[in-house]
Design a protein around this ligand. Structure first.
Ligand code: SAH
Length: 359
């Protein structure tokens, strides 16, 4: 069998330049190819019309160019679109397009499944199947931007799909570099938000990145006991360590760290919780995003009433903390936060999924 062909989708523009230089091509040739792939969403070398015939031939013969395949594209009544994408090995992931918030936003996955096992999240129930490659992470953006007609328009990226981005650090950061290139989609890091449960050494590393995205921390609780129960990695990286890393995190002038807080009825949504949250965040340039739980079969929590959510929000606002309540989008198509779950290759029936969830 011949050696596996090098996958162009895994290369950033510098690597593509180097690989084509070995074959005698100039830098501008690599940039041309990169532009076709990213700016125009074209992956068939035959359609790269300004590329020489000889290079097109080489692209066919010597390289692969993998792109996640759209298996389904569902539209919610609120305009949200959920894409199920199939990867080269048949595994499936979900990516979500959330329009008009007022920006256009792509919610992208970084892993197939997730190892964090948060008690209220369906993806967590899947366990970790595997990391996504940089090309698969960036590939979701290529596919969604093409499918939504946004290749030439500004959009935001939130790394809030399936997976824990800091648990797949190198591939995630490489994907951001690939998307940032001026020869590609030129996505500014200010338009990217990375959401994490707070893996402290990786947070420290993130603070030193030249292309630093906005940071969101999935906090969800105000005592270690409760947080460990809801977000198991808290055992290793407890609240004090995470908040300390946040205090030291090098924020640009006016930016702030977002703290996400999933609200679980009668669990973490009391006025005392709100007051503890205020104390925890003191000294941090913070804003809080409250996310009333999106309930799902197999998730042993309820969504609090609007009244409870508003009361909690008011306590934060009274203490001068900027607070927003996340409107859940796409719940009718199970595209909302924590509702992303698919099984690699084999399509499970609803009944099988239920069985898996309540196991
Ligand atoms: N692993 C990262 C990235 C996933 S982001 C992280 O945890 O931050 C997914 C966001 O949706 C997180 O803030 C998560 O806590 C939230 N979420 C998960 N399950 C949810 C549910 N059932 N209802 C509402 N939000 C949920």
């Amino acid at each position: 069998m011949s050696a596996p062909r090098l996958d162009l989708a895994e290369l950033d523009v510098n690597e593509l330049e180097a690989v084509l230089a070995e074959r005698g091509y100039e830098r501008f040739h690599a940039r041309q190819v990169y532009r076709w792939i990213y700016k125009r969403g074209i992956t068939d070398p035959d359609r790269m019309t300004d590329v020489s015939r000889q290079l097109r031939q080489q692209l066919h013969e010597a390289f692969a160019l993998s792109t996640p395949r759209v298996v389904s594209d569902e539209l919610s009544i609120d305009g949200t679109r959920k894409f199920v994408l199939e990867l080269g090995d048949g595994r499936r992931i979900e990516s979500v397009f959330i329009p008009d918030t007022p920006s256009m936003t792509f919610c992208i996955s970084t892993q197939v499944g997730c190892a964090m096992s948060c008690g209220f999240c369906l993806t967590g129930k899947m366990g970790l199947v595997r990391n996504l490659t940089a090309g698969e992470i960036a590939g979701q953006v290529r596919v969604l931007a093409a499918a939504t007609g946004l290749l030439d328009h500004p959009f935001n990226i939130v790394l809030m799909g399936m997976g824990e981005p800091l648990h797949n650090y190198d591939h995630t950061m490489k994907a951001l570099r690939m998307l940032h290139s001026e020869h590609g989609l030129a996505v500014s890091p200010r338009r990217v938000t990375l959401s994490t449960v707070g893996i402290v050494p990786a947070l420290e590393r993130l603070g030193r990145e030249p292309l630093m995205p906005n940071l969101a921390i999935s906090l969800h609780a105000t005592t270690d006991e409760q947080r460990t129960a809801l977000v198991p990695p808290n055992r290793k990286y407890p609240l004090a360590a995470i908040l300390d890393a946040c205090r030291r995190f090098p924020l640009k002038n006016r930016s702030r760290i977002t703290f996400e807080y999933v609200m679980l009825d009668e669990v973490n949504d009391s006025p005392d919780d709100a007051r503890r949250l205020v104390r925890l965040l003191s000294g941090i340039k913070a804003k809080v995003n409250l996310i009333p739980l999106n309930p799902a079969p197999g998730i042993p929590f309820d969504r609090p009433s609007d009244e409870r959510v508003n009361r909690f929000a008011q306590i934060l606002a009274d203490r001068h903390i900027t607070v927003s309540v996340r409107k859940s989008r796409g719940r009718d198509i199970r595209a909302a936060c924590g509702q992303l779950i698919v099984e690699g290759g084999t399509k499970k029936s609803a009944a099988q999924q239920m069985a898996m969830l309540i196991r």
